[in-house]
Structures are given as C-alpha cells and as structure tokens.
Design a protein around this ligand. Structure first.
Ligand SMILES: *[C@@H]1O[C@H](CO)[C@@H](O)[C@H](O)[C@H]1NC(C)=O
Length: 512
C-alpha cells in the first residue's frame, strides 16, 4: 500500500514536467495578447506546419478593465472571476481555439492567475471584460464567488497589508503584491475554486499551465491545488497524462525564497537564463561566448529537466519582472536572433519563444513611460486581429518573432536534434563558438568583431547542407549559404562579422 501511494505520487509529480507535445515537437510560443480567433488560425496555418509544439496564451479568466492608464496589458493579471471571457475572446472562441489547435497537434498552455484577484483599489461595478459585477472595496467577487473570508488580509502582518520586504518569506506569500487582493490558498474552499477553474480548462482540452506569481504562494498550497487537477482530456492526450505545470518564480539569487523550492511540483521559469544569455551576447561584464561551454547547470541554473527557458518574456521585455537591461528583445533584433538560435540549438530546458507586439517606447531617465501599453487596439480598446502580410510577416504592430525565418528554422532544428547529445564544442577563446547535437545538427556563431574562418568538426555525415539561418532548403536547392561536410565530418566555415546574421545552422533535414 505504501509502495502504491509512493508510486502514484511519483507518477503524478514526474508527469507534470512533461509538456505533452506531439510528433517530436519541442518548443512553445507565447502569443502574448493574441485573440483566440487568431491563435486558432495560426495553429492551422503556421504553427503546426513549422513544428511548434504549443502556445502559451494570455490569461483567459475574466479580468478588470482599466481606464487609467487605458487598457494596460497588466489588466489581465487582475482577475475578477473565472468566467472564460477576456480581452482575447469568450468561452466559445476559446473552446474553438483549443479544439482546432489540438486537432493539428499544437497544445495550449494557460497562463493561470491564481495568487490574487484585482487590485484593492479596483473599485466596484461592471468594469470587467464581460460585464460581471464585482467589488474590490468589499472583496466581493460573486461570479466565483469569493468574499472577504477568502483573502489573506488577516494573515498578513505588515502595517499596510503590502509586501514590504522580500527577505521576509511570510510577507512575500501572505501579503498583497503591488496592491493585488491576495487569495487565501490555505483554505479548502479557495483551493477548490481554483482547481475547478483549472479543471474546466483541462476538460476543454488544454495541455497545462503557466502558473503566475508562484513566489507569492506557498509550495504546500500549490501542491494541494495541483493534486486536485484532472488528467488531460483523452480526446487528444493519452490516458493518464498529467497537465504540464511551469511556475513563474523569479529567482536571480539574493532572496530567501528560491526557485528550487518549487521544482518538486513542476517546472520553473529560469530567469537566470534570460538575464545571463543577454549579458553574454551583449558582451557585458567581461562575458564571452566562449564561456557558454558549460551553459546550463554549470551556470548554477536549475536542473535542465526542471526548467523552462526563454530569451525574454512579456514582463522583462518591457523592464518589468527580472533580468534588467541585459535582457534581449526584438528591439535588438540581430543579437536577439543569435541568442534565440543558441537557446534553440542547446539541449538545456524546455524552450519558449516570445511573440510580441510593438509599442511606442518613451524613455525618461532610462525608464520606459509606456511600459504599460496594451496590444494593438481600436480606439475603444478592443484588441486588433493579427493580419498576415503577403511576405508572411505580421501587420498592425504584431511583431511575430516566431515567424522570423531564423527563429522558425531553429525551432525546426531543435525538433530534428531532439535527444541528441551536446558535442563537438569549439571556441576561439573569445566570441566564436560552434557545437553539434550528435550527428543531427551543427551551429556556428561569430559574435566577434572580426571574421570567423576555420575548419570545424560538424559531427554530420558527408554532404552539402543548406544553412537555415541565411535561407531555406526548397526541394534540392537552398536560398541561403551552403556548407560542405567532408567524409571526415569536417567543414570549412567562414562567417563575416558584417553578415546580416553572423551564425550558421545546418541539420539532417537541411541536407541537399
Ligand atoms: C581563410 O582560411 C583559409 C585557410 O586557412 C585561407 O587560405 C584563406 O585565405 C582565409 N580567408 C581569409 C579571407 O582570410
């Protein structure tokens, strides 16, 4: 009996680390603030054909609607209930999206905001995404329902009910995060309501959850909630599949709460990866590409099988959250593509690609005054659709990094080399590096200010390969550079530091 319980527990906890992706697909894309209708179309027309394994969607729960500032992106991180009706669409549209994406083998992961409800100053009325009445003043959210009993205000010990000191773990978990009404997840009733919300999404067919603000919740409370979750819908997932869980815990070191407190429960977002890789590619603080030789656990990151990684996320691309100025974004596109190429070629972690919208940045003393700006929208605040241009790029200020050739082709590269070892590392002691993934793929990066010109071990079988960074393989031709690998696995490589993209990637499926 004891053994059975132990086996059940291990089975349950281990399964939550698996993204449940299909057909050897490995990466997730965050379609930040996209409408459900557009995501459904994108799964069918682009993500499935290009090997994306899943989509992280913005929070689908009903949220507050704010006027000052006007419709900021963070209003969706202020739920007023669990009706599936948000800025991205209603429940019917969400269900249609999940069905259509699942039908082409692209998973949906939900951004679950369960630490809190809206801000304490959110007022009272029907200023919510679907017009449901609520009162932040009285902590009354009748559509759940939650009342004053369901919040942590009695438990929090600070004078104003706010988190004041990140070195006090009780404050961080029991008090209000930037004024947000903090749910009492120690209560059976609250745990039940949160699990009911997540289980409804599982029934609809989602494959897992990005859990928001986990540092601000006790691991024991989260463990209880996760334990109440159903297995995935067997219409699309094999019986007994557990929801994939990845938890937002910002841990750059220096605080008493660490990411490793949560790795027993599911994966954790590794923010050190984002901050450090940005530093290396920018060559700040004496960093060099050559130091990437032992990238991963060797840099004191979480174990690879416990982490979810990204170059930037929706917070740190606009100076929120963690990582600071080193974080690379689409605004620094050349370095961004190089960093994303490295991330997708390297075996560490489950990888998430960011897909953003452009906004009018306005820096005053180094701080973007417009970091709050929401997605491209009409004057009434309704989110605009994502139009696709004839050249496959996106219009109306949707950036669609996931459609950039260099990034899309590296997502495919990662699928082709999945499970292959990290091998044939080479560096010039500076910022020129290369490595293989077994005998399936090879990447070379020149981030020095001079040409790379050398002969390298690719690990690949002899042949001519199409570089998927400068072009695409199309039938038996290549629209970009070609690399000839000899019978000894070696290839002569030249990469100018002036190239549009100073890196080359070839793989088994790009052989001509
Ligand atoms: C590149 O290296 C090869 C072999 O060492 C050499 O013959 C060639 O001149 C070099 N090219 C440049 C532009 O330096």
């Amino acid at each position: 009996m004891k053994l059975l319980i132990l086996a059940a527990f291990l089975g349950l906890s281990f399964a939550q680390f698996n993204p449940n992706t299909k057909y050897g697909r490995t990466s997730i894309v965050h379609l930040f603030e996209w409408r459900w209708k557009d995501i459904a179309a994108e799964c069918e027309r682009y993500l499935a054909p290009n090997g994306y394994g899943g989509v992280q969607i913005s929070p689908p729960s009903e949220h507050i609607v704010l006027n000052n500032p006007f419709r900021p992106w963070w209003q969706r991180y202020q739920p007023i209930g669990y009706k599936l009706c948000s800025r991205s669409g209603n429940e019917a549209e969400l269900t249609d999206m999940v069905t259509r994406c699942n039908n082409v083998g692209v998973n949906i992961y939900v951004d679950a905001v369960i630490n809190h409800m809206c801000g304490s100053g959110g007022g009272e009325g029907t200023h919510s995404s679907c017009g449901t009445w609520f009162s932040a003043n009285r902590k009354d959210f009748p559509s759940v329902p939650y009342s004053g009993w369901d919040f942590n205000d009695g438990k929090c010990k600070t004078s104003n009910g706010e988190i004041q000191n990140y070195h006090d773990i009780y404050q961080v978990r029991d008090c209000r995060l930037v004024g947000l009404l903090d749910l009492a997840l120690e209560k059976d009733y609250v745990r039940g309501k949160v699990a009911e919300y997540m289980n409804k999404l599982i029934d609809i067919g989602v494959a897992g959850f990005r859990v928001d603000a986990c540092k601000h919740m006790w691991p024991g409370d989260l463990s209880n909630v996760y334990g109440r979750l159903k297995n995935l819908n067997t219409k699309w997932f094999s019986s007994g599949s557990r929801p994939f869980i990845y938890q937002e815990v910002i841990d750059l070191g220096g605080e008493p709460i660490t990411a490793s407190e949560y790795t027993g429960l599911g994966r954790v977002t590794e923010f050190k990866f984002s901050a450090k890789l940005g530093e290396v590619v920018r060559k700040w603080n004496g960093q060099k590409m050559a130091y990437l030789r032992n990238w991963g656990e060797g840099w004191s990151f979480l174990p690879s099988d416990k982490s979810l990684v990204f170059i930037d996320n929706h917070d740190n691309q606009r100076g929120h959250g963690a990582g600071g100025a080193s974080v690379l974004t689409f605004w620094d596109s050349r370095m961004y593509k190089m960093a994303t190429g490295f991330m997708l070629a390297h075996p560490y972690g489950v990888t998430r690609v960011m897909s953003s919208y452009r906004w009018d940045r306005y820096f005053v003393n180094g701080k973007d005054q417009n970091d709050w700006m929401g997605p491209p929208a009409y004057s009434d605040g309704t989110t605009k659709p994502v139009p696709i241009n004839p050249d496959t790029t996106c219009g109306d200020n949707w950036v669609c990094e996931h459609r950039w050739r260099q990034i899309r082709n590296m997502v495919i590269f990662r699928n082709v080399v999945n499970g292959q070892p990290f091998s044939n590392w080479w560096d010039n002691g500076n910022n020129q590096i290369a490595f293989s993934r077994g005998n399936r793929g090879f990447i070379v990066i020149n981030n020095d200010d001079w040409e790379l010109n050398t002969t390298l071990n690719t690990g690949l079988p002899a042949g001519t390969y199409c570089d998927v960074i400068s072009g695409d393989k199309s039938g038996s031709t290549c629209t970009g550079k070609q690399v000839t690998v000899g019978g000894d696995g070696r290839a002569s490589i030249r990469i100018s530091n002036m190239d549009e993209d100073p890196f080359i990637a070839i793989h088994a499926d790009s052989k001509l």
